[in-house]
Design a protein around this ligand. Structure first.
Ligand SMILES: [Zn+2]
Length: 160
């Protein structure tokens, strides 16, 4: 029982990191889909001044708090919806995991549905970009599922 809860704790950290990254990526592609910009790029920039953002300024939630909700270069306000979207992704991913712990396919499918609905509601008529965004996020979830199933198999956790 104790071993299971240590494993649950470890998996929870793994899921917090994954959902923070997915949430942050969703806010980025949400912006890019509606402008038909490339969805895979290493350049992340401030929409106000166009300055390239350093990795340190792209940490989900934490960067927003430390920057005081403003761009470091032009001081333009960064909408509070960004950290809120990231936080809601973390909250939803963690609650689904805690509810359906040993049913990984159930909670991963519910996550998949969550971000699909998020992107669908935000994408307006940019269908081609939306499909690309869904494809990219599907790959992330498939990789995550494979990693998770490997961890659970290695720990011989029964999967229902
Ligand atoms: Zn700026």
């Amino acid at each position: 029982m104790i071993e299971l809860s240590i494993l649950t704790g470890k998996l929870l950290i793994f899921i917090i990191l994954f959902s923070a990254v997915i949430g942050a990526y969703c806010t980025t592609i949400d912006y890019r889909i509606r402008r038909d910009l490339p969805l895979i790029t290493r350049d992340c920039f401030c929409p106000s001044c166009g300055h390239r953002l350093a990795a340190i300024h792209q940490i989900p939630i934490i960067s927003w708090v430390f920057l005081g909700g403003r761009c470091r270069y032009c001081e333009a306000p960064i909408p509070v919806r960004y950290p809120l979207i990231e936080a809601s992704f973390i909250f939803y991913y963690c609650s689904a995991f805690l509810l359906f712990q040993n049913r990984p396919l159930t909670y991963i499918f519910s996550w998949y549905l969550f971000f699909s609905i998020f992107l669908l509601l935000r994408s307006e008529k940019h269908w081609r970009s939306l499909l690309k965004g869904l494809a990219i996020l599907s790959v992330y979830h498939i990789v995550f599922t494979a990693l998770l199933l490997m961890i659970l198999a290695a720990e011989s956790v029964p999967i229902r």
